[in-house]
Each structure stands twice: as structure tokens, then as C-alpha cells.
Design a protein. Sequence first.
Length: 161
Amino acid sequence: MKTIAALLTQAEQIARARGTEQPAAEHLVLAALQLPDGTAAGALERLGSSAADFGAALDAQEVEDLERIGVRPDDDRISAELPPPGEPVGIYRSDPSAQELFQAAGDDARREGGALVGAHVLRAAADLEHGPTARALRRLGIDRTELRSAATAEIEARAGG
């Protein structure tokens, strides 16, 4: 339960820091990469990447997406015009992509009979074909099958098997 609370709280903080009210799948992945269990970060390291690389790939993908529709991002001007993100109030809300990813990661952990760890989130993210998470992984040259295998290796190493 502690991991779930940390994951969801961190995802919400990351989303708000990136200017989004509700966390999406990519925010859950970023949060998983920061979990103290280190399994998500370890899975990316097995593939020659890091949390910082994933964040940078998301940023680059966002700029590319905006430019594709004719918007030239100007972070300084945008930041000056946006109010600072407020503190979350009420029940936890997230984007459908985050809900689906969290559900898949939780189901994965329950099937194995173990506690949820960050690598379960990455293993579930390996199944995503579309959206910012999938595009960022492709931008990093990370194959979905290899990500799934690296996450599995981290889960097994943590379980002692």
C-alpha cells in the first residue's frame, strides 16, 4: 500500500510540475522510475537508458508534437502566463491512460503474488502501442519486448529468483 501511495502521489506531482492537472501513463512511468525499490530504473539501465533519458524523450516528443500542429513552444513565455499548479484536492483523479496502466501493473503484480514494484509499471508500459509513453520509448530506441524482459529480470532479481 505504501508503494501505491508513493507512486500515485509522485505521478500527480510530476504531472502538475509538467503543467497537467491529471497524471497520465507517462507520469506514472516517471514516478515508477523514482520509486525507492529501484526496479524500474534498473530495467531502463539494463537497456542503456535512464529516468533522465526518458524525461528528455518525453520533452522532445512534446515539442515535436506541438511543432507538427504549428505551435512553437516558448517555455519562458508560457510559464510566465500560467498560474502555478495548485495543491490537489478531493479524490485522486487521473487520465484514462494512467488508470489503464496502473490497473495492468497491479494485475501483473497480483498474478505473481508479490507486491507492486516499479518494474511492474514498466512491464505494463511495454504493452502500450500509442501515446507519449510509447513514442518516448521508441525515441530512445527501446524495443517493447526488450523492455518487458528487462522489467521481468528486475522483478525476478528482487524476488530472489
